[in-house]
Design a protein. Structure first.
Length: 159
């Protein structure tokens, strides 16, 4: 599995994977789906966007961008998406590890996740195994697709 910076010809598959996670409604806060136009702008506006690719097929992606500005501009944020038919193959781990390297290379000092849904135990175990620290719990911080609220757990990793 190769993790590399995305290229414009990857956009259709990236948008497909991103929208799949948005439609599931259990991990990303976004509700609007990306179109070819908004997807190109969205992925192009990030500090860094990468894909997990093997044999010409894209299995997942991540985006890296500032979490804040000014005096907090050294803190970045990231989101990860793996296609549903590729989960359980440790692609997410490869994406997170590459993201940590890219965050350092782009001059960030901290990678922070603002809204990891508490029931997303696979992601939480991965983050903790890779050295992320949970900052606490925000009760009912995430509205699931079915309308009920779940706790969110912010995490950070010093770079």
């Amino acid at each position: 599995m190769n993790i590399r910076q995305y290229r414009e010809y990857d956009l259709d598959r990236m948008i497909e994977i991103w929208n799949e996670v948005v439609e599931e409604g259990i991990a990303f806060p976004q509700e609007d789906l990306l179109t070819p136009e908004t997807g190109k702008e969205f992925f192009g506006s990030q500090t860094y966007s990468a894909v997990a690719e093997e044999d010409g097929r894209i299995y997942g992606l991540y985006i890296l961008h500032p979490n804040n500005v000014g005096r907090c501009g050294h803190i970045c944020n990231a989101s990860y998406a793996v296609s549903s038919d590729s989960r359980g193959k440790h692609i997410g781990e490869k994406l997170v590890m590459d993201c940590l390297e890219q965050a350092r290379a782009h001059g960030y000092g901290v990678l922070q996740f603002n809204a990891v849904v508490e029931s997303n135990v696979h992601a939480r175990h991965l983050y903790e195994r890779l050295g992320f620290t949970q900052l606490g719990t925000i009760p009912k911080g995430f509205r699931m697709k079915d309308g009920h609220y779940e706790n969110i757990c912010p995490y950070y990793h010093s770079l």
